[in-house]
Design a protein around this ligand. Structure first.
Ligand code: ADP
Ligand code: MG
Length: 325
């Protein structure tokens, strides 16, 4: 084929059923498994694709090559990257020193993860951000709406109301701009994120923040046995990829919470680490370790940032939400 024809053919691939060997039925199967974009097919493990669609590995490979060719593989110059990063905006945590620790607040275009024991303040921070994201820019917000995926049934409108009332903000207005979805299984949770473009495009106001509280609880309980770890990590990888894609595409912030597992191998220092393994460690640009401090205070530690120094600050959880200690 001459180059022009190849380009013509590639241009015509925009939906997954435009791919070679993918008919209506195969497309439906792929969509059911969450592969509903050219991108998701291009980056999927071939074996998973073949399993999900019933295609042979050879056919799946062929479809995948076409998907990859049809796609702009996403190389951009350093100069363009500087331009893109200029659009990054930040959401205040409610505490000045917490914001400083994060270089000014929770960033758009990236995933911020907090992990820590039960009661360390992960969900309190989630609810706080659901409020501050909506504030005007001069008050540390984005003036944008919020999507909240709740997997543990811990989102409390009453708590949002309390935080607002103590800050002199109208809680009704704030609550009307937080879209909450309960996720009951990890597949349900993934589906909510896979469909996020639809939700964002339908929503009349701009979405500035997507919260997943908690990211890992359903994955953890459903994939408990050792033998299931590989599958869990594959799914988690795809899930995080969808989240990051939404963050890039819509210049929005992602805040996820995570749990800790005790690590019996460590006898000194802190015996806990985040679950989710390397996949999550690499996906989240900001990892915050939260723990309880003295006299009801909380400690936030920034771990593994790509460009900020590690550090620790103290904050309070009060009737106002997150506050300076
Ligand atoms: P997790 O890290 O498990 O998500 P949370 O973010 O839900 O934990 O934090 C729960 C803690 O937040 C409680 O133990 C309590 O100390 C504090 N907290 C919750 N609600 C209030 C409130 N209305 N006023 C003051 N502190 C609160
Ligand atoms: Mg919680």
């Amino acid at each position: 084929m001459v180059k022009k024809e190849i380009e013509e053919e590639e241009k015509n691939i925009s939906e997954i059923d435009d791919l070679p060997g993918v008919g209506e039925m195969t497309a439906d199967k792929l969509k059911d498994a969450g592969y509903d974009t050219i991108m998701s097919i291009a980056v999927a493990p071939t074996s998973e694709l073949s399993e999900a669609s019933g295609m042979s590995v050879a056919s799946a490979t062929k479809a995948q090559i076409a998907a990859r060719n049809a796609m702009d593989m996403g190389f951009i110059t350093g100069t363009e990257l500087v331009e893109k990063r200029k659009n990054i905006e930040r959401i205040t945590t409610g505490s000045e020193s917490f914001d400083e620790l994060l270089g000014g607040g929770i960033e758009t275009q990236g995933i911020t993860e907090s992990y820590g024991e039960f009661g360390s303040g992960k969900s309190q921070l989630a609810m706080m951000l659901a409020i501050t994201c909506q504030l005007p820019k001069k008050d540390g917000g984005l003036n944008r709406d919020v999507l909240f995926i709740d997997t543990e049934n811990t989102f409390r409108p009453e708590r949002i109301t309390q935080m607002c009332e103590n800050r002199g903000i109208d809680p009704k207005k704030i609550l009307s701009r937080i879209m909450v979805a309960r996720a009951y299984t990890s597949d349900h949770q993934m589906l909510l994120v896979d469909k996020i473009d639809e939700v964002i495009n339908k929503h009349e106001k701009k979405i500035g923040l997507v919260i997943v509280d908690s990211l890992m609880s359903l994955f953890r309980s459903e994939y408990a046995g050792r033998g299931t770890l590989a599958v869990r990590q594959q799914k988690l990888n795809r899930h995080l990829h969808s989240l990051q894609r939404a963050a890039d595409k819509h210049n929005l912030a992602i805040y996820v919470t995570n749990q800790v597992q005790s690590n019996p191998a460590i006898f000194f220092g802190n015996p806990t680490k985040a679950i989710g393994g390397h996949i999550l460690g690499h996906a989240s640009q900001f990892r915050i370790y939260l723990r309880k401090g003295k006299a009801g205070k909380r400690v936030a530690r920034l771990v593994d940032s790509p460009y900020l120094p590690e550090g620790e600050i103290i904050f309070n959880i009060t009737e106002k939400g997150i506050e300076e200690a």
